[in-house]
Structure formats: structure tokens, C-alpha cells
Design a binder for this molecule. Structure first.
Ligand code: URA
Length: 211
């Protein structure tokens, strides 16, 4: 599948850690730790094209013009609840970012998203926005989350996930072709319950130990 805005980060460190996360024998504590580590590496990639501006500073030796990020602080939007696992790592790399939350649950019968919470930083339209959710599966909740962000004024949105299914990428491409997706892997397909295959199971359950 071609998607000009899909970046699969195939760095060996990420792939190694992802293999450990996929393994069903990996403990909750290790899963969380690995997710935090991978999210740092993915954050590096998803912020690669952020604009910079030059600032005059003085080193101990002389004055120089040096690059700093341009514009307002970024906004990170966690798509609850699994998004929080990615959020922690990204925040470590970008500690000044503003943070918002979108609460959507998936109706298991229809696989359609149902909203229960939305809180985002002000001035979303002036910020680069990174929405985070480990699993881009059907794409329904991701597309709905991006709808909400656009409704709140966001215009520059990136979507950061750990695993993507082709179905989810296609759905996002159809609904939001302007949103760049960064993922650690593009898996094979969804099963009849909307889980990614081969996947890693339910990301929320695995990171919070709820199953
Ligand atoms: N959400 C998950 O946590 N896992 C999947 O495989 C699909 C959606």
C-alpha cells in the first residue's frame, strides 16, 4: 500500500524492542518499560520536520546564531487509555509540550468509537499537534479523534502509533489525508474482532495488566 504520509520507522533498536513487546510472555512491567523506550525513539522521528528559527546566544567562547524550535509549544494528545503509554515517553523528550486527552471507547459490537472525554490545550491552531495511540486498527477512533482535534482548531496534526493495520491506514488516508502517520510497524490485517494481526494483543490490557 502506498501512503505518502505513512512513515514506518524500521530502526533496529525499535524493531528489537517491538519484538519483545509482541511476545505474549513479556511481563506488564517490561511491556511498559519497552513502550516508554520505543516512544522516545518514535518521538524523534515524528518531530523530524518541526520548523526551527535562529536565536542569538553566547557560548562561553563567542556569540552565535543557533536553531531553536519555532512557534508555540507542541500539543500532545493522548487517545485514552492506551495513548498514555506512548505519551509518557514523548513527554520525556518534549517536556514543555502541552497535553490533551481524548476519551473514546470502541463499541465492541459495531467497532465504532464513542466519545466520553475531550480536553485539549488552547490555541490548537497555532501548535503542531501530535496525537498518540499505540494501535491504529480500524482507524475509526483515530479518525474520530482527529475530527475532534480539527473541530477544536488544529490544522497541523501528526499521528503517532506503535502498530498500524493496513485497514487503519486506509481509513485515515480517506478521512484525513493531511495527517502524517508515524509507526514502528505496518502489520498484516485485522481479525474479525478488529485486533491487529500478528499484533501484540490489547495494548491497554498489556500495559496496565488489566487482563
Ligand atoms: N487495540 C488494541 O489494543 N489492539 C489491537 O490489536 C487493536 C486495537
Amino acid at each position: 500500500m502506498t501512503h505518502p504520509h505513512l512513515t514506518v520507522v524500521d530502526h533496529p533498536l525499535i524493531q528489537h524492542k517491538l519484538t519483545l513487546m509482541r511476545d505474549k510472555g513479556t511481563s506488564t512491567a517490561s511491556f511498559r518499560q519497552l513502550l516508554r523506550e520505543i516512544s522516545l525513539l518514535l518521538a524523534y522521528e515524528v518531530t523530524r520536520d518541526l520548523p526551527v528559527t535562529m536565536k542569538t546566544i553566547e557560548t562561553p567562547l563567542q556569540e552565535m546564531e543557533s536553531p531553536v524550535l519555532r512557534g508555540k509549544k507542541l500539543a500532545l494528545i493522548s487517545i485514552l487509555r492506551a495513548g498514555n503509554g506512548l505519551l509518557d515517553g514523548v513527554l520525556e523528550l518534549i517536556p514543555a509540550a502541552r497535553v490533551g486527552f481524548v476519551g473514546l471507547y470502541r463499541d465492541e459490537a459495531t467497532l465504532e468509537p464513542v466519545q466520553y472525554y475531550f480536553k485539549a490545550p488552547k490555541d490548537l491552531g497555532d501548535r503542531a499537534v501530535i496525537a498518540v495511540d499505540p494501535m491504529l486498527a480500524t482507524g475509526n477512533s483515530s479518525a474520530a479523534a482527529v475530527d475532534l482535534l480539527k473541530g477544536a482548531g488544529a490544522t497541523d496534526i501528526r499521528f503517532l502509533c506503535l502498530l498500524a493495520a493496513p485497514e487503519g491506514v486506509a481509513r485515515m488516508k480517506e478521512a484525513h489525508p493531511d495527517v502524517r502517520i508515524v509507526t514502528a510497524a505496518l502489520d498484516d490485517r485485522l481479525n474479525e474482532k478488529g485486533y491487529i494481526l500478528p499484533g501484540l494483543g490489547d495494548a491497554g490490557d498489556r500495559m496496565f495488566g488489566t487482563k
